[in-house]
Design a protein around this ligand. Structure first.
Ligand SMILES: Nc1nc2c(ncn2[C@@H]2O[C@H](COP(=O)(O)OP(=O)(O)OP(=O)(O)O)[C@@H](O)[C@H]2O)c(=O)[nH]1
Ligand SMILES: [Mg+2]
Length: 599
């Protein structure tokens, strides 16, 4: 029988998980001699590379001495937290990373809580000790406190600590050691992480924790084998969440090694492999022995907390930039997304309208961003939190929010958040001249807050939040303070008009941009909406209509990317997303319609 260790790497966003996995691959000699690989090699899809964040958890395997170590890299962003919880069930130990300066952050708490509750053995890695502001001792204390608060068992509390600068390939067991490499991480994994339970001689049981799709073999379930053996060609029974058993056949078995996947003939208890051949496979299903099928405990899938409506683009510019624009195409695309993405749901809510639910704005914008890259054009409405009734009480999602701000700005931010129904929980000095303030806030109050926060703190503030729980509805929260500047005309924006409108607020457009009646071209500096004309040229004579008109000095437009725009819009507004543009518009395009509706 193979000697195996299964671990997950968990942490708050950006604390260095994927970078650490790079080092584990590198220093175990897993890469072939001439194998090319990027930095943060596990962040393999285009959006992940571009944004420098992990969106999907991914697994790899390395060899160290006579052991195989299966490693699952997880996303740190709160929107993908549900994924972490599933991954944790598949492993026997975890590397919990924490930034040596930032310390315990909201998602650190979230993942530690889940990990402790599932009884996993933690190894704490204090990462980024190279940072000049690093304070590893303080962070170790924070971790102890956190573990204690969260009722860690004595064994869990007795966690080994590794100090690392993952980016530089350095790791050591105490801060006094000079240099140091990842040997100590490998050794700690072998010594501390329990070997997998279960036996290859029992009837087969493997549980699916991630889905993948391949054009040739179809749906693939990445699974941990808890018992027995699975061979290519095996007849199996698939135990579904509802208790039903479905017959299936293993058409292909895929093993992992470094960045490669290869076909294998057989795998046994303890290992993590990809299994193809079952079109109906879902996350949480157990692939069982056909004669003696016993399902494993179903997996808890986190419920969505946020919804938006995707709709067919019906703006005057519809169909000009994208290739997939119809309701059918959008529905098919959403349908296919939901077959592999268990954290999201969708339903048809009207002609060409689809309600898409997920864990947060990032999760929804990642889907939207992927769609526009594939050539889709569509509208998106303002995000709404999901309100649900619990024991007869109307409840909404609450978040744990942590902000780091320059001391002198703390007051401003506290006041702003107060209006959004946030409750302050603690305030501590943090590094030189900074404060860390923690809040609990309805998720609703956070929608649109980030833009405001960055303006208030001149970009110096850092905010992080993660889902806490559903709590009783907290009443109205303050929303956007400023009105919209709305175009009254359809045509091409001119530098001359933009110049004249600059005093009215911040512009979202530049000269030569196409505009239409009802499109929002900027944020008004007052609270009401204002209808304006962005296409008016200077009366007659010498105005050159292009932006090259050098007599005119224009403030650069505010960059309203998908995320910012989605945070910004109100209920009576929509985003128009195409492969080339993100435009903001009023749902009702003419002023007459809007007036009528507001009466
Ligand atoms: N100074 C310093 N920076 C590091 C270290 N390790 C990682 N980083 C940097 O931290 C940033 C985030 O690293 P990632 O490995 O993507 O972090 P992550 O935890 O995988 O992030 P998510 O998957 O998005 O949650 C990158 O810019 C890394 O280069 C380190 O030891 N020291
Ligand atoms: Mg990562």
């Amino acid at each position: 029988m193979q000697k195996i260790r299964n671990i997950a790497v968990i942490a708050h966003v950006d604390h260095g998980k994927t970078t650490l996995v790079d080092g584990l691959l590198e220093q175990s000699g897993t890469y072939g001699d001439h194998e090319q690989h990027d930095e943060r090699a596990m962040d393999s899809n285009a959006l992940e590379k571009e944004r420098g964040i992990t969106i999907l958890s991914k697994n790899t395997a390395i060899r160290y001495k006579d052991h195989k170590i299966n490693i699952i890299d997880t996303p740190g962003h709160a929107d993908f937290g549900g994924e972490v919880e599933r991954v944790l069930k598949m492993v026997d130990g975890v590397l919990v990373l924490v930034d040596a300066y930032e310390g315990v952050m909201p998602q650190t708490k979230f993942v530690v809580k889940k990990m402790l509750a599932l009884g996993k053995k933690p190894i704490v890695v204090i990462n980024k000790i190279d940072k000049p502001s690093a304070d590893p001792e303080r962070v170790v204390d924070e971790m102890f406190d956190l573990f204690t608060q969260m009722d860690a068992t004595d064994d869990q509390l007795d966690f080994p600590i590794i100090y690392a600068a993952a980016r530089d390939g350095i790791a050591k067991l105490d801060m006094e050691t000079e240099g140091g490499d990842f040997q100590c991480i490998f050794e700690t994994i072998l010594n501390e992480v329990p070997e997998p339970e279960g036996s290859p001689d029992n009837p087969a049981q493997a549980q699916v924790f991630t889905l993948d799709y391949d054009n040739y073999v179809g749906k693939i379930g990445i699974s941990r084998i808890f018992n027995g053996r699975i061979k290519k060609g095996d007849q199996v029974k698939l135990a579904k969440a509802d208790g039903e058993f479905v017959n299936g056949k293993v058409s292909k078995l895929i093993g992992f090694h470094g960045l490669n996947r290869m076909e294998i003939q057989e795998a046994e208890a303890g290992d993590i492999v990809a299994i193809a051949g079952m079109e109906t496979v879902d996350v949480g299903d157990t692939i069982c022995d056909p004669v003696n099928p016993v399902a494993l405990d179903p997996m808890h899938v986190e419920e969505p907390t946020l919804t938006v409506v995707f709709s067919v683009n019906d703006s005057p510019l519809a169909g000009q930039e994208g290739k997939h624009v119809t309701s059918n195409k959008i529905r098919e695309r959403l349908e296919s997304e939901m077959t592999t993405n268990v954290a999201m749901r969708y339903e048809t809510v009207g002609e060409g309208k689809f309600k898409v639910s997920g864990r947060g704005e990032l999760q929804i914008t990642v889907l939207a961003e992927n769609m526009r890259r594939e050539g889709f054009e569509f509208g998106i409405s303002r995000p709404e939190v999901i309100v649900k009734e619990i024991e007869g009480v109307k409840c909404e999602p609450f978040e744990h929010l942590v902000i780091d701000v320059p001391e002198e700005l703390g007051g401003t931010v506290i006041e702003r958040l107060g209006k959004r129904k946030a409750e302050m929980k603690s305030m501590l000095p943090m590094g030189v001249g900074f404060q860390r303030i923690e809040f609990e806030i309805p998720a609703r109050g956070l929608i649109g807050f980030r833009g405001q926060f960055l303006t208030d703190t001149k970009g110096e503030g850092v905010m992080n939040h993660s889902f806490l729980e559903f709590r009783p509805y907290s009443g109205t929260v303050e929303s956007r303070q400023y009105g919209a500047l709305i175009s009254m005309e359809t045509g091409t924006a001119l530098a001359f008009s933009i110049f004249n409108l600059q005093d009215r607020g911040g512009m979202f457009i530049k000269p030569q941009d196409k505009v239409y009646e009802g499109m929002i071209i900027g944020e008004h500096s007052r609270s009401n909406d204002l209808t304006v004309n962005p296409i008016k040229g200077k009366a007659q004579s010498n105005v050159r209509s292009s932006g090259a008109d050098d007599a005119i000095k224009l403030v650069p437009p505010r960059d309203m990317n998908l995320e910012k725009a989605l945070e910004w819009i109100e209920d009576d507004e929509l985003l128009e997303v195409t492969p080339l543009s993100v435009r903001i518009r009023k749902r009702m395009l003419t002023e007459a319609e809007r007036k009528r509706a507001s009466r």
